[in-house]
Design a protein around this ligand. Structure first.
Ligand code: GDP
Length: 289
């Protein structure tokens, strides 16, 4: 992972000191707050670490670093990041606000799945913007997926979703990824639209995953955004994008703990291969060093 969001720079001098003292705790607090863990999680992490330091009677900053790694990893690993894609077809709805990286994520995800030997069809159920359909078609092609497009602009998104699932069933395609609109200006309209897509698809087959895409650079605002989707769209997993450019990696723990929904995928760049599963150990290793 790129090091731009790593805490290790900020922590280096702190862990290089001879002993754990009052400055250590305030530097650690600053580092966690600047990385966007949010005040509550920062307080609770520090409280846990103070308890561990007291329990093990250590004043060695190297021990503190190890404890920080363990605490973050244990908290991130409380939820299961496994994608459930065994149904055939496995239907994946992708939801989120425009600009967060939904289209790009779908292309990368298709590539990832095709690379693992699965066949993929993408459904362009954001039918309002012709440019969005074209952009999705380009990314689907790059990812090695076929696409179901609306027959006309503004076609009922639920009917495109229906046709996508139908195509997957007819052609024995393993995974149907359905893109949805993300115009938050019309929040209730958008949530109604997502509800209708879900109802229509659920009559055809079970929905395997509803992935909510969130942009790490929006920080804590992203959590508020997540809540509306979680209430209305039945979200089963989060995809955090733009972690490569963000100094706000603490958002990852904040959003997972506050929503109670596991992070399943992480986007770390604009290229087709820049999407990975979420592995707390690797993430924390990169974050803390
Ligand atoms: P959508 O409106 O949600 O479909 O967003 P797009 O997929 O069009 O992405 C919006 C912008 O974010 C584009 O410029 C993408 O290249 C960029 N983007 C998406 N994912 C990532 C990521 O993981 N890292 C970076 N640096 N940029 C990303």
């Amino acid at each position: 992972m790129a090091a731009s969001w790593s805490l290790s720079g900020a922590l280096k001098s702190m862990f290089a000191r001879d002993t754990i003292d009052a400055d250590t705790w305030s530097d650690l607090e600053d580092a966690l707050i600047s990385a966007d863990f949010g005040p509550d999680i920062t307080d609770s992490v520090i409280e846990e670490l103070r308890a561990s330091v007291a329990k093990y009677k250590t004043d060695d900053p190297t021990d503190l670093k190890r404890m920080l790694r363990e605490t973050l990893e244990e908290r991130l690993a409380r939820l299961d990041p496994t994608l459930t894609l065994s149904a055939r077809p496995a239907v994946v709805l992708v939801v989120g606000v425009n600009g967060v990286g939904k289209t790009t994520t779908i292309g990368k995800f298709a590539k990832f799945l095709v690379g693992h030997g699965r066949t993929v069809v993408v459904g362009a159920a954001d039918t309002f913007r012709a440019a969005a359909v074209e952009q999705l078609a380009t990314w689907a092609e790059r990812g090695g997926a076929s696409i179901v497009r609306p027959q006309q602009q503004g076609q009922d998104p639920a009917s495109v979703a229906f046709q996508t699932v139908e195509r997957a069933q007819r052609d024995s395609i393993d995974i149907a990824i359905i893109d949805t609109a993300g115009r938050l200006q019309t929040k209730s309209g958008l949530m109604d639209e997502l509800g209708k897509i879900r109802r229509v698809v659920e009559k055809q087959t079970e929905i395997a995953e509803v992935l909510l895409v969130l942009d790490a650079t929006t920080g804590q605002n992203g959590v508020a955004q997540a809540e509306a989707f979680i209430q209305h769209a039945g979200v089963t997993g989060l995809v955090i994008t733009k972690l490569d450019g963000s100094a706000k990696a603490g958002f990852v723990l904040a959003v997972q703990e506050r929503t109670g929904i596991p992070i399943k995928l992480v986007g770390q760049g604009e290229g087709i291969n820049d999407l990975t599963g979420f592995t707390p150990h690797v993430f924390v290793q990169n974050l803390v060093g």
